[in-house]
Design a protein around this ligand. Structure first.
Ligand SMILES: [Mg+2]
Length: 238
């Protein structure tokens, strides 16, 4: 029996710095469309984007609609005639081209891969996330990657996790933990799935009374120590 702990990791803003990747791709997309880009525009796009993903997490919008609608809403606000679908396609292409790590992420993966089974659980487009993992060169650290588009369900639904679990041999949920930066998709998802949860709250956001993580860390470097405490036998063997 494989008794290594199972660590389910979110990608965006947990392992890879999505905010930087997003800002870079958005700047480039808008510049190509002839739209003047400033920090305010990027911030407004991020705000709309986040609100649309939250609608997806609540089951109110499909993934395809979210991807295009975030641009449509912004263009409508700015009174611009551009196509949301075309902007989305260009943006997704650009997103695949670069990668930036969250602080300490590469070291974390090296450390954890010596004693844990690592899995990715991400809400994202399959082609984009695969390309970003390839570009970052971190695919080999993971036993399996579960991207919602391919899984056919989204975090935080129970269905998403049930489908992931069905694909994992020698699964022991008592030795499993999920780590992510989002309360609404990661921590709520862990709760729905019966997994221990670690909130990577690097932004120092206030707690929410309705979604309470089991543990909270501010830096990825705190995670190995926490896991050693949670699963002492497994780490001693490695
Ligand atoms: Mg995330």
């Amino acid at each position: 029996m494989d008794d290594r702990p199972l660590v389910f990791l979110d990608i965006d803003d947990t392992i890879l710095d999505f905010q930087t990747a997003e800002a870079t791709a958005i700047r480039c997309t808008f510049t190509e469309l002839g739209i003047p880009v400033d920090d305010q525009l990027i911030a407004r796009y991020s705000e709309i984007n986040r609100s649309q993903w939250e609608l997806l997490e609540e089951g109110k919008l499909s993934r395809e609609r979210v991807l295009v609608r975030r641009f449509e809403l912004l263009f409508a606000e700015l009174g611009l005639p551009h196509s949301g679908a075309a902007a989305c396609e260009r943006y997704e292409g650009l997103l695949c081209e670069g990668h930036w790590f969250m602080p300490g992420a590469e070291e974390l993966l090296r450390t954890l891969s010596r004693g844990c089974r690592l899995f990715i659980v991400s809400n994202g487009a399959k082609t984009v996330q695969d390309a970003r993992l390839r570009s970052a060169g971190i695919g080999p650290y993971f036993e399996q990657t579960f991207i919602s588009e391919e899984v056919g369900a989204e975090k935080p639904t129970r269905e998403f996790f049930d489908r992931c679990f069905a694909a994992i041999p020698e699964l022991d949920l008592r030795r499993a933990v999920l780590v992510g930066d989002s309360l609404t998709s990661d921590i709520r998802g862990a709760k729905n799935a019966g997994l221990l949860s670690v909130w990577y709250n690097y932004r120092g956001r206030p707690a929410r009374p309705d979604i309470v993580p089991d543990y909270e860390i501010r830096a990825l470097s705190e995670l190995p120590t926490l896991l050693r405490r949670l699963f002492p036998e497994a780490f001693i063997k490695t």
